[in-house]
Design a protein around this ligand. Structure first.
Ligand code: IPD
Ligand code: CA
Ligand code: CA
Length: 258
């Protein structure tokens, strides 16, 4: 038995209800690193998602942000971010989501990104298109960088590596309409899928941040690749570029000028 997109949507909506119920409350915050935090709500959401997957697919592998790698059969793998945008969440900023993807290894088959505050559910099935609340979505038709609105993010330990994306931010800002930093890679990529953003990139992201959003970009007619232009977006170091067919190559070239 293989997973069905509607079941994954239902699961993401149930986890999203946990995030919505906890939003704006006092949180039990623990720091994983100086700027990287986790709340009790991340754990509650992840617990629900993992127990649901394990009850239906006990032999599948699950890669989840807070629980790590739960081994199973290599060909069936779930990528789970129970709360993408945790820093926003902890600060009471309503921009965060649940992200769940299922892949045959790195070949992503199903992806769901659910924003519980706006009740926006982005989803995609390989070969069957991408939707927002059931309506088909497409990437934008921007062709020029100067008319293209970009979005990016930064690693938590900015100061630990020179590959911290700050130079890229400066370089792309000079040639595009602007670069936003909204704090949820899963929503950033879903927004590329529905044409709100024209391009996205990030360095050293994690598979659970982008597996679902990456499929949504592709199924909405866009391109997402690593910094070499190759299609395996889940291979470390997960430094990625996304956009429509016109913007993706221009953004990739600009980032590779470094
Ligand atoms: C983070 C967000 C952010 C991105 C970070 C991620 P989290 O995920 O997606 O936009 O820039 O790299 O770690 O910690 O909120 O789940
Ligand atoms: Ca995340
Ligand atoms: Ca998270």
């Amino acid at each position: 038995m293989l997973p069905v997109l509607n079941d994954v949507i239902e699961l993401a909506r149930s986890a999203g209800a946990i995030l919505r119920a906890g939003y704006g409350q006092q949180h039990d915050i623990r720091f994983k690193a100086a700027t990287d935090l986790v709340t009790e709500i991340d754990h509650q959401s992840e617990k629900l998602i993992i127990s649901s997957i394990q009850s239906r697919f006990p032999t599948h592998t699950i890669v989840a942000e807070e629980s790590g790698h739960l081994p199973g059969s290599a060909e069936n793998c779930w990528y789970v971010d129970p709360l993408d945008g945790t820093v926003n969440y902890a600060h009471g900023i309503p921009f965060f989501c649940v992200s769940i993807a299922y892949g045959i290894g790195h070949d992503i088959q199903l992806g769901v990104v659910y924003d519980p505050m706006r009740d926006e559910c982005f989803s995609a099935e390989k070969g069957r298109g991408a939707t927002l609340n059931g309506q088909p979505i497409r990437v934008s038709d921007a062709t020029e960088m100067i008319r293209a609105l970009m979005v990016t993010g930064f690693p938590y330990q900015l100061w630990e590596s020179e590959n911290n994306n700050l130079d890229n931010y400066s370089r792309v800002s000079r040639v595009s309409q602007g670069v936003r930093r909204l704090g949820s890679a899963a929503l950033d990529t879903a927004y590329v899928g529905c044409g709100r953003f024209d391009g996205y990139w990030e360095v050293s992201i994690k598979p659970w941040d982008v597996a679902a959003g990456g499929l949504i970009v592709r199924e909405a007619g866009g391109i997402i690749s690593n910094m070499q232009g190759e299609p395996d977006i889940l291979q470390k170091p997960c430094s990625l570029v996304a956009g429509n067919a016109a913007i993706h190559p221009q953004l990739l070239a600009k980032l590779n000028e470094a």
